[in-house]
Write a protein that binds this ligand. Structure first.
Ligand SMILES: [Zn+2]
Length: 133
């Protein structure tokens, strides 16, 4: 497991996942090496749940970071979900916030790396794209 995948797995240890018992951690890595981590935070009102990826991306944005980033996701309770991938909402966030690659590690052993086009090939984008290029 790479250092970034290990840091994502460490972030998963802080997850609040009493409903799914599916702890996830994420690490956002900028081109200059800065990192931000996040974990999933569930809620009895399921729609209020925050994914680990969204949590980490929010921290990166809150620090003022803009520009290309890579995301490492670690699922540490994935015994029954061997092919877990980010949800549709997180994929759309990846599109908006400049994520270039997503590496997913399952239980510290099975690691797969995707491009954004792999995960969201026909994504929603506005014609007058305000994102920095
Ligand atoms: Zn998600």
């Amino acid at each position: 497991m790479t250092q970034h995948a290990a840091e994502a797995a460490e972030a998963a240890l802080a997850a609040y996942a009493p409903y799914s018992k599916f702890r996830v951690g994420a690490l956002v890595v900028a081109e200059d090496g800065r990192t931000w981590s996040g974990c999933n935070v569930e809620n009895a009102a399921y729609g209020s749940t925050i994914c680990a990826e969204a949590n980490a991306l929010g921290s990166a944005m809150a620090s003022g970071h803009r520009g290309p980033i890579e995301v490492f996701v670690a699922c540490i309770d994935a015994t029954h979900v061997r092919d877990a991938t980010p949800c549709g909402n997180c994929r759309q966030l990846f599109s908006e916030l400049g994520v270039t690659h997503i590496t997913i590690t399952i239980d510290g052993t099975d690691s797969r790396r995707f491009t954004l086009d792999d995960l969201l090939p026909h994504r929603f984008e506005l014609p007058d794209d305000p994102r920095p290029s």
